[in-house]
Every structure is written in structure tokens, then in C-alpha cells.
Design a protein. Structure first.
Ligand code: UD1
Ligand code: CA
Length: 434
């Protein structure tokens, strides 16, 4: 299907009460606008995003995240505010156009295609709502749309109409070319309403088909409450799809998964797990309340209560409770308890004892720790980076390692142990019992 897609994203989003542009607020790790762009790119090679408020920021975010060509159109908001103004002077490649709102992250490719394949001159999305407030009302006669009346322009009778404009349209380019230049701002908000092209088209004998769509997909995100509700729906979608693919989830409603995370093989996620960023999890078991951020885990067990921070790569590794790993590559490693492993590379067969810390930061710079194969790092060791520990090394518990250690060595640093008989009783002026 050859269609162009226009995504409206120039509005201020005042109801969001935020300095961040509305369409850049995130849902499951991604700006909500990106879901609209993703769906658009699936059906079209001509995607235009209309911007104005904080346009530099929005354009920059899009260019940072997409290799594909995306066209930008800067709306002349000073002279032509409103969704109709947004559609002025656009260059559109194909004869058929789909218009999406940037604040509808839940719309799917299938729904866009269903709208685009309708046979009206305009096919417009309609939802039936018990509480239609906030939306433009759709007047329908004999199965065809007659007009859309914005809430602020409705009389009392019109306010009771429960069919509302969901804000997505598929229409012929010609219709836009004929009617957009004729729009006026003669309404309560003094804006150029895209929705006014409906009654203009009707007066010229065009057919406007209402396409009833799912409320869940087409609800616009206008406030932080809407944002939270959209997040719930998006999370359910992501998790359902992954469970169908074979991921096991214990109490899925307690689990959070970024929409960009990928999974492979048999993965078990226990309750309270959070998978953030573009993580990849292959055949691993992630236990209760662990957090994985933008990392790769292959054939490993993590947690409970572990934190794997960005740029970590763990393969055939066991990470136990209260272990934090950051920007490290661990291959065939065991770190069972209470450690911080940062900026490190650790090789096969190495055991990291409880409480081992890589001291990677001197207050100014970060330094690396490299540990070879089959190293036994005793509990409560501090590894002062930069540091290289070669293969087959034994480090005694409680050591502070400040020099590179060569293959096969024992390294131990301990203050000598002092013992003073009966010191306790003298110090506390207590009598010694038996
Ligand atoms: C719009 C529709 C309303 C529909 C509702 C569905 C109009 C006049 N009204 O109202 O019938 O029920 O969507 O969610 O179209 N935008 C621009 N430029 C502007 C103004 C807005 O690009 O000058 C963009 C916004 O960034 C947003 C989209 O258009 O992505 C919709 O704008 P919004 O202000 O949310 O419209 P609603 O009042 O919700
Ligand atoms: Ca809206």
C-alpha cells in the first residue's frame, strides 16, 4: 500500500504540566512519539512529523534514534494555530494520507491499515465513550459522518453525543489540498481545526466513513494520569507477547520490561524484576527484585536483589544477592554476595568472594580491573584499579590489592593480629566470671 503518514506533534501539551514536550514523555522506555513513528514506518516510506513547540529538542531526539528518513514540517503556529494549521503547506508524496496524533502511543500498524483500506473519501476513527468529555463529538447520519464539533463549541445537546473523534484519519491527498487552505478560525479556541474539513467535504458530496476503533488503542495521552494508564496497557502488551514467545514470568504484573528489550531461549523472570533499556536476555534466570539496565545476559543467573548496570555483558555467570555490576564483562564467573564490580573484565572459573569491591574511582577518574581465569578473590577484598590480576591467583580474604599480581601467585595484605589477654575486663572494669 502506498500511503503517506503525517504525525501531528506541534502542540504545546499544556495539560501535561511539564517542561518536557508532551510527545517526548516516555512509555516503556521510549518517547511516546516514537511508537507513532514506528507504526508509521511499518506502513509508509513517506513519514512527516509536524513540529513547533520545542522543535529543536524533538527533531534532535528523532534524528538520534532513527536511521530512516523522516521529514519534518515546522508549523506556522503564530498565523495558523491548531490541527488544521499543522496540515498547511505540507508536501505529501502519495495519493493516500494517514494522519496520526503524536500523543497516541498505543495505535498499531493493523489499525492504521484497517483505516487506510476503508472506502470513504475520508475514513475517520471513532470511539464510543460513556464519558465523551474532552473529545470532539462526531455527528453521524445514516452511517456517514456529517461533522465533528469540538467540545468547546458544543451546545448542550451535542455534548451528550457519545461517538467521539479518536483523531486518526485516512483520506485522499486531494481532499487536504482542496479544504485545508479554506479553513477558518471562527471557533471558541480561535484555532484552525483539521476537523472542520469534514463538514466542508460533506457539503461537496464526499463520503466520510466512521471506523469504530478500540478505545484502548486510540486514547490520547494528554495528562500524567493518561501517561500512567498508557504505560499499564503497553506493559501488558509487551509481557503478553513475550510470554507467547516462551518467557516465564512469575506475577507478571510486578515486572517491568522496556519495549526495546529482546529475549531468546528459555528465560525466567521472577516477581519485581525490571529490565531496562535495550537489554538482551538469553536463557537466563533473573530472580526477585533484580534490575538489569541496558545489558546483555546469556546463560546466567542473577539475584535476588542484584543490579546489573549499563554496558555489562554476562555470560555463563552467577550473580547473587546485593551484587552490583557496572560496565563489566564477566565470563564464567561466580559473584554470590554483596559486591561491586565496575569497569572490570573477569574471566572463566573465577570466584569473587563476599564483599569484594573494585575501587574503580579515585574521585577524578575511572580505572579498569582485569582478572584472569581461575582466580579466587577472598571475601572483603578491595581491588584498587587500575589493576591486572593474572590467571590462577589466590587472594587472601580482607586484602587491599594495589599492585598487579602475576600468574600462580598468592596475594595477601593484612595488618598483623594483636591479642591482649583479659583486656575486656580491665577496659570495662568488670569482674571476670569463670
Ligand atoms: C483533537 C481533535 C478532537 C479529537 C482529539 C482526539 C482537533 C481540532 N480536535 O483534539 O476532535 O477528539 O484530538 O485525541 O483536531 N497539534 C499540532 N499543532 C497544533 C495543535 C495540535 O500539531 O497547533 C498536535 C498535537 O501535538 C497533538 C495533536 O495535534 O499531537 C492533537 O492535538 P491536541 O491539542 O491534543 O488535540 P485535542 O484537543 O485533543
Ligand atoms: Ca489529544
Amino acid at each position: 500500500m502506498s500511503i503517506s503518514v503525517v504525525i501531528l506533534a506541534a502542540g504545546q501539551g499544556t495539560r501535561m504540566k511539564s517542561d518536557t514536550p508532551k510527545v517526548l514523555h516516555k512509555i516503556s522506555g521510549q518517547a511516546m512519539l516514537f511508537y507513532a513513528i514506528d507504526a508509521a514506518l511499518e506502513v509508509s516510506d513517506d513519514v512527516t512529523v509536524v513540529v513547533y513547540h520545542q522543535k529543536e529538542r524533538i527533531i534532535q531526539e528523532i534524528q538520534k534514534n532513527y536511521k530512516q528518513t523522516i521529514n519534518f514540517h515546522i508549523q506556522d503556529v503564530a498565523n495558523f494555530p491548531g490541527t488544521g494549521g499543522a496540515m498547511r503547506d505540507l508536501s505529501i508524496k502519495h495519493k493516500k494520507v494517514v494522519i496520526l496524533n503524536g500523543d497516541m502511543p498505543l495505535v498499531t500498524k493493523d489499525s492504521i491499515e484497517a483505516l487506510a483500506s476503508g472506502d470513504g473519501d475520508i475514513n475517520m476513527s471513532v470511539i464510543k465513550l460513556n464519558n465523551p468529555s474532552g473529545y470532539g463529538r462526531v455527528a453521524i447520519k445514516k452511517g456517514y459522518v456529517q461533522e465533528i464539533i469540538e467540545e468547546k463549541d458544543c451546545n448542550e445537546a451535542q455534548k451528550t453525543i457519545q461517538s467521539v473523534n479518536a483523531g486518526v484519519y485516512a483520506l485522499k491527498r486531494k481532499i487536504l489540498e482542496s479544504f485545508i487552505p479554506k479553513l477558518t478560525n471562527d471557533n471558541a479556541q480561535k484555532e484552525y481545526y483539521l476537523t472542520d474539513i469534514i463538514k466542508m467535504a460533506v457539503s461537496k458530496g464526499k463520503t466520510i466513513n466512521p471506523v469504530y476503533v478500540k478505545e484502548e488503542e486510540f486514547k490520547g495521552v494528554n495528562s500524567k494520569l493518561d501517561l500512567a494508564n498508557a504505560e499499564i496497557i503497553m506493559q501488558n502488551r509487551i509481557k503478553e507477547a513475550l510470554m507467547h514467545k516462551g518467557v516465564i514470568m512469575r506475577l507478571p504484573h510486578t515486572i517491568y520490561i522496556d519495549s526495546r528489550a529482546t529475549f531468546e531461549g528459555e528465560v525466567i523472570l521472577e516477581n519485581g524484576v525490571s529490565i531496562e533499556g535495550k537489554s538482551h536476555i538469553g536463557s537466563s534466570h533473573i530472580k526477585t527484585n533484580s534490575v538489569v539496565e541496558e545489558s546483555i545476559l546469556i546463560n546466567s543467573t542473577i539475584g535476588p536483589m542484584a543490579r546489573i548496570r549499563p554496558q555489562s555483558y554476562l555470560i555463563d555467570t552467577h550473580i547473587g544477592n546485593f551484587v552490583e555490576v557496572k560496565k563489566s564483562t564477566l565470563k564464567g564467573v561466580k559473584a554470590g554476595h554483596l559486591s561491586y564490580l565496575g569497569d572490570s573484565t573477569i574471566d572463566e572459573g573465577t570466584n569473587i568472594g563476599a564483599g569484594v569491591i573494585t575501587c574503580n574511582y579515585d574521585g577524578k577518574n575511572k580505572y579498569e580491573t582485569v582478572i584472569g581465569k581461575n582466580v579466587f578473590v577472598g571475601s572483603d577484598t578491595q581491588l584498587i584499579a587500575p589493576l591486572i590480576i593474572e590467571d590462577d591467583v589466590l587472594i587472601g580474604a580482607g586484602s587491599t590489592i594495589t599492585q598487579n599480581i602475576s600468574k600462580g601467585e598468592l596475594a595477601i595484605s593484612r595488618a598483623p593480629l594483636k591479642r591482649v589477654q583479659n583486656f575486656f575486663y580491665k577496659f570495662f572494669h568488670q569482674k571476670q566470671t569463670s
